[in-house]
Design a protein around this ligand. Structure first.
Ligand SMILES: [Zn+2]
Length: 184
């Protein structure tokens, strides 16, 4: 079925004099309408995607990025590319670009991943420790609650930015999401 703008209009006008447009006619007109919308969206998105790829990876190469040093740099809060610039501008806010080498970092999609990993690790460390301390030392409930509440919060705040840095660095090394010059 050929659906260009002229046919779209003719589909709508052709049956205008009839009492009611047929079902087939309506389906064709609607398909035509949606195709026009998709074409407009594609035209709108194309220049933005091109600009993005130029900004992110000027070298536009697909060479291998070793993930282990990248993850270690991310864990330490450094840019996975140069290892010198800061990956975060705040506690958890990732810099749009590295202040040292200008590598684009805004393509990351860490989302809730670091929070899940933090909960996983903190839970698996603190729960057995809690059980061990309770069965071996039997501290008073107030002491136990205070120590483990503070310990849990401190460990979570320590791990969260490090895990986020490591995850962003892993995404960078594996060229996930917008880190790849080719559209996903
Ligand atoms: Zn850098």
């Amino acid at each position: 079925m050929r659906l260009d703008k002229g046919i779209c209009l003719s589909l709508i006008i052709k049956r205008g004099s009839d009492r009611f447009p047929s079902k087939k006619h309506l389906i064709r007109a609607r398909a035509c309408h949606f195709q026009q919308i998709r074409l407009k969206e594609a035209q709108f998105k194309e220049p933005a995607m091109l600009d993005d790829s130029h900004q992110s990876t000027p070298e536009s190469d697909q060479s291998e990025r070793p993930w282990k040093p990248a993850v270690l740099r991310g864990w330490q809060g450094h840019c996975p590319n140069c290892g010198t610039g800061a990956i975060f501008s705040g506690y958890l806010k990732v810099n749009a670009t590295c202040p040292n080498c200008n590598e684009a970092l805004h393509h990351h999609r860490a989302d809730d991943g670091p929070a899940y990993m933090t909960i996983l690790i903190v839970g698996h460390v603190m729960a057995p420790l809690f059980l061990f301390v309770f069965t071996h030392y039997r501290p008073t409930p107030l002491v136990l609650a205070t120590i483990f509440s503070v310990g849990t919060v401190v460990l979570s705040l320590y791990l969260l930015p490090r895990l986020k840095g490591a995850l962003v660095a892993l995404q960078w090394a594996k060229r996930m999401h917008g880190f790849s010059p080719e559209p996903a």
